[in-house]
Design a protein around this ligand. Structure first.
Ligand code: SF4
Length: 367
């Protein structure tokens, strides 16, 4: 299949592995930002195959993982209201809040529905004018355009019973917070290809310059990831920094102007809390005042909710690349995909779930 098979070609992957091994004169620490890339790296054993050359650490690019607990608790409070049809993508249903999750709210009679697009939630609002339909709008630059379109459509239809519970986050400010922190170990970055298809990669140039980092937009197949790692290692070995795009079949420097325009029209940048990372200035999106009527947090009284994180969970340090999942005392014992304590275990893209699934289980082990 064009654009797929050639990026899973074992011969091409082996050749790239050999080039990375031949290029690296020392072991470099590289962060892949996206949870999908984390899973692909572990599924294909790339972390093990390049153990001598690259220490892979895992960034905050899983939208479920970084959605703050207070947003989950607010979602639970809204979903439990009798007048509400609460809609969400399926991966948010099992994310634990302080003491509950959406699936349990549903089992107690809450009208919680999985949708595959925010536009489906708009259709529900049209079909049920006597109910309030709320969509849980989380994620990065990739999901924001669709959610912005849903708000525009609801406004065009004159709907008064549709709203978003918004917790959108932006990748570059979180990357800056991580690589600019005093304990930073990250020397190079694989940027998430799908985020770059929307936002482009120009925004990363200032980051690469300020922190003297190689940043490589990269895809998700094994050959994509190895091409990204090779470019990163080559730049590190030469002492260079900057942005090199290795996802050329999907990413343009300026991204997708139409998607960026609709996001700009509906949302505005705001400070945003990240689960495990705290509040990062100008790292999120909120609805503009012109669209305040579609803001679930203004429609429902949820301000007073104060969340409580499980004390044992070290997902914040994992999301900053400082520690690995097996270093958590609860990993694989109290915390498993069947009994998750933190979002990095419950999410299918979470680093803890990836380590559990692919049996990277020894604490402190260098893969
Ligand atoms: S294993 Fe569970 S408790 Fe430990 S960091 Fe991961 S999600 Fe948190």
């Amino acid at each position: 299949m064009k654009f797929l098979d050639e990026y899973r070609d074992p011969a091409a992957a082996r050749a790239l592995l050999e080039r990375i091994r031949a290029t690296a004169t020392r072991r470099w620490t590289v962060m892949e930002i996206c949870g999908g890339q984390t899973h692909s790296l572990l599924r294909h054993g790339i972390d093990v195959l390049l153990a001598e050359q690259v220490e892979l650490v895992h960034g905050p690019g899983c939208p479920v993982c970084v959605t703050p607990l207070e947003t989950i608790d607010r979602a639970l409070a809204i979903a439990a209201r009798p007048e509400v049809i609460f809609t969400s993508f399926g991966d948010m249903l099992r994310v634990p809040g302080s003491s509950d999750d959406l699936l349990r709210v549903k089992s107690r009679g809450g009208d919680v529905r999985v949708v595959y697009s925010p536009l489906e939630a708009v259709r529900l609002a049209r079909a049920h004018p006597d109910r309030q339909v709320v969509f849980l709008a989380v994620g990065f630059e990739t999901t924001a355009p669709g959610n912005a379109m849903a708000v525009k459509q609801a406004a065009a239809l004159g709907l008064r019973n549709f709203s978003l519970l918004v917790s959108h986050v932006l990748v570059p400010p979180a990357v800056a917070a991580i690589v600019g922190s005093p304990g930073n170990r990250v020397q190079g970055l694989l940027a998430a290809g799908h985020v770059c298809t929307v936002m482009g990669w120009r925004e990363y140039e200032a980051l690469a310059e300020q922190y003297r980092l190689p940043i490589v937009p990269t895809g998700f197949e094994p050959v994509d990831l190895l091409q990204g790692l090779l470019a990163c290692v080559e730049m590190l070995e030469r002492g260079e920094h900057g942005v090199v795009n290795r996802y050329g079949r999907a990413v343009r420097a300026e991204g997708n102007p139409a998607a960026k325009a609709v996001v700009e029209e509906v949302f505005t940048v705001c400070d945003r809390p990240w689960r495990g990372l705290g509040v990062i200035p100008r790292s999120g999106l909120r609805l503009r005042d012109a669209y305040a009527a579609f803001d679930a947090e203004r429609r429902f009284p949820v301000d007073a909710i104060r969340p409580q994180e499980p004390a044992v969970c070290i997902s914040g340090e994992i999301l900053q690349g400082r520690r690995r999942p097996p270093e958590c005392p609860a990993f694989g014992t109290d915390c498993t995909p069947a009994t998750p304590l933190g979002a990095t275990m419950v999410s299918s893209e979470g680093a803890c779930a990836a380590y559990y699934r692919y049996h990277r289980t020894q604490a402190g082990r260098t893969p």
